[in-house]
Design a protein around this ligand. Structure first.
Ligand SMILES: *Cc1c(COP(=O)(O)O)cnc(C)c1O
Length: 370
């Protein structure tokens, strides 16, 4: 039995994306390739809704986070980091790794970040250099109020970095319109591509902050100034510092094209409807979603297992009996208490959702609760 992948990334590849992965290898420089590269950047600008710079860093999404956070921080700087789950903790870990003084602006796992808490944190830390938040906290399925947090950041003229790895293309976002300074995403989630690329959008206020900070201590490969320098000086021949994985980029181009062809608003609406279907089905079956309706992410849903039943058993059962691979999850007090269903694949359909619900119903019967 082949397993249907319904984890919160990577997503299964559509046929056109998979074909692009299998296309003959081509040189990663010269006019023919540069035109494909530029087209991909232009498509990504539409997905970020920005007219600013976009770079396709080569590495997983975390490489993009490392570049964004590291470029805006010097050792000793204060960084306000939203932490309401595992990926918020990662943002804090990256900032600490660059020697920043991290002020965690925390919320309970399963709850959204509170914009007011950022206002307070800025009052208490007026010299903060940056605010860093996840848009969707993938570990809990919570959608954070990034637009409101950005308003506060903008009012205090503090740059804001958004981890949009699991959200770009899955939920409303407008880099320029919302005043976001850097947004990082990844190829393997809502954009429908293979893992390995980290598109990063960088706005003018971020550049100003990066230039002010100078170029100390951030190495070369994940230094955004390296990428900008090549984009300018090697514009027509090799506008990036390294050998680009051309097939992965062709595949990402197909993924983003499909998003724009469908229409971002249409895609988002489809995710929302399917998330609602999943949530009401879960509640009907007695699996309580972790996030309340008002801040539920439309592309990943975390729910509690049945009382006394480790969630790992559900994950194992769905895979073994129903050929559906969902994710476990839960660190700390949530360990083995929740499971997570990824529904961020562009191909997601009612049938996928209904099959997960049928599998869960079957599981309940097996444990004698049906
Ligand atoms: C998946 C994810 C990451 C990690 O991305 P990698 O590609 O594994 O480095 C970071 N943040 C969020 C919100 C994610 O969903």
């Amino acid at each position: 039995m082949t397993v249907r992948l319904m984890i919160p990334g990577p997503v299964p590849l559509s046929e056109s994306v998979a074909e692009a992965m299998a296309a003959p290898v081509q040189a990663h420089y010269g006019p023919a390739w540069v035109s494909i590269h530029n087209e991909t950047l232009q498509l990504l600008r539409q997905a970020f809704v920005t007219e600013g710079d976009v770079f396709i860093l080569v590495g997983s999404g975390s490489a993009g986070l490392d570049a964004a956070i590291g470029n805006l921080l010097a050792p000793g700087d204060a960084a306000l980091v939203g932490v309401n789950g595992y990926f918020g903790q990662r943002l804090a870990a990256i900032a600490r790794a660059y020697g920043a003084h991290v002020v965690e602006v925390a919320a309970e796992w399963g709850e959204p970040l509170a914009p007011d808490a950022f206002e307070d944190a800025l009052q208490n830390n007026p010299s903060a250099s940056v605010i860093v938040v996840t848009h969707i906290e993938t570990s809990t399925g919570v959608l954070n109020p990034v637009r409101q947090i950005a308003q506060i950041a903008n009012a205090h003229a503090v740059p804001i970095i958004v981890d949009g790895i699991s959200s770009l293309g899955g939920v409303e976002f407008a880099m320029d319109g919302w005043g976001i300074d850097i947004c990082v995403t990844a190829s393997q989630k809502c954009l429908g591509g293979p893992a390995g690329l980290a598109p990063v959008a960088v706005g003018p206020k971020a550049w100003a902050a990066i230039e002010k900070r100078g170029n100390a201590g951030h190495g070369w490969y994940l230094n955004l100034q390296t990428w900008r320098e090549f984009a300018r000086s090697q514009k027509d021949w090799h506008p990036y510092p390294i050998t680009m994985p051309t097939n992965a980029i062709l595949a990402l181009r197909e993924g983003v094209r499909a998003l724009l062809t469908e229409g971002i608003a249409h895609r988002i609406g489809r995710y929302k409807t399917l998330a609602g279907r999943l949530r009401s089905g879960l509640e009907y079956l007695g699996f309580r979603p972790l996030a309340a309706d008002a801040h539920a992410a439309p592309v990943v849903t975390a729910a509690y297992s049945l009382p006394g039943v480790p969630s790992g058993r559900i994950v194992e059962f769905l895979e073994r009996v129903h050929g559906l691979e969902i994710a476990g999850g839960g660190l700390g007090h949530l360990h083995d208490k929740i499971f997570r269903v990824g529904h961020m694949a562009p191909s997601i359909s009612e049938r996928d959702i209904d099959d997960v619900l049928a599998g869960l119903e079957d599981f309940k019967c097996q444990v004698g609760e049906g």
